[in-house]
Design a binder for this molecule. Structure first.
Ligand code: UDP
Length: 219
């Protein structure tokens, strides 16, 4: 039987942060080191941090039981485009989770997630596909998080919050907890700026910044 081939897709900042976590995870599972590679459509070098970088075409052409990818690219739109391409080509998605991630009760996380070191997901949480939870971010109880959502380092999502697809929560931002039956809602594709303190719903496609967070009007 031919072994699976695992890839971290994206060999730039995000991918280089994910690779060591991926490596540790696969080592724990006894996967040989050479079965883990970077994939990048514009390889910055043939080898990055000691790992081979393959183009997507070369990855697909490599002999493997299953081809498995985690999309380590911060831009959610690119993640969605690449997810569709991978799916069309029969590539599967794996999730990368640091060893010290805390996951409590009744938590569902969709395929292709990246849970970085010191992430906590508490209880009764639903999270969609290709979620990125960067260092020290958390999701508290009774939250619903959509697909292709990105949490920068230290993003704080308190209880009873709904975050729609493609939203981006900046570094150190705090989302005020909602109430049962009346969640705080971060709309589809909304951006919450770093350090923002969000006390009210954020409309889809808008950007909020500051404390308390206000609509960013670009001049
Ligand atoms: N990339 C790719 N295919 C695409 C778009 C991007 O392989 O269709 C790669 C790109 O070549 C780069 C990485 O993804 O190496 C994105 O890196 P960037 O520094 O822009 O962002 P980050 O690492 O923070 O996500």
């Amino acid at each position: 039987m031919i072994a699976d081939l695992f890839a971290v897709y994206g060999a730039s900042g995000c991918g280089r942060g994910v690779m060591p976590i991926a490596e540790q995870q696969l080592r724990r599972l006894g996967v040989p080191a050479e079965r883990l590679v970077f994939v990048d459509d514009r390889p910055p070098a043939a080898v990055v941090n000691g790992r081979r970088v393959l183009t997507y075409r070369d990855f697909l052409a490599s002999s493997a039981g299953r081809h498995q990818v985690v999309l380590a690219i911060a831009d959610a739109g690119l993640r969605e485009t690449l997810a569709q391409r991978c799916r069309d080509d029969g590539v599967e998605f794996w999730s990368v989770r640091a060893a010290n991630v805390v996951v409590m009760d009744d938590v569902e996380v969709g395929e292709g997630a990246i849970l970085s070191p010191f992430v906590t997901l508490t209880s009764n949480i639903r999270i969609g596909r290709h979620f990125h939870a960067n260092l020290y971010s958390y999701v508290e109880h009774d939250c619903i998080v959509g697909d292709f959502v990105t949490f920068a380092p230290g993003a704080k999502c308190n209880g009873n919050i709904v975050i729609e697809d493609h939203a981006y929560i900046g570094s150190g931002a705090v989302l005020k907890q909602g109430r049962p039956g009346r969640p705080l809602v971060i709309g589809r594709g909304a951006v919450v700026g770093m350090g923002a303190v969000v006390t009210k719903d954020v409309a889809p496609g808008t950007t909020v910044v500051g404390n308390p967070a206000k609509l960013l009007v670009k001049v």
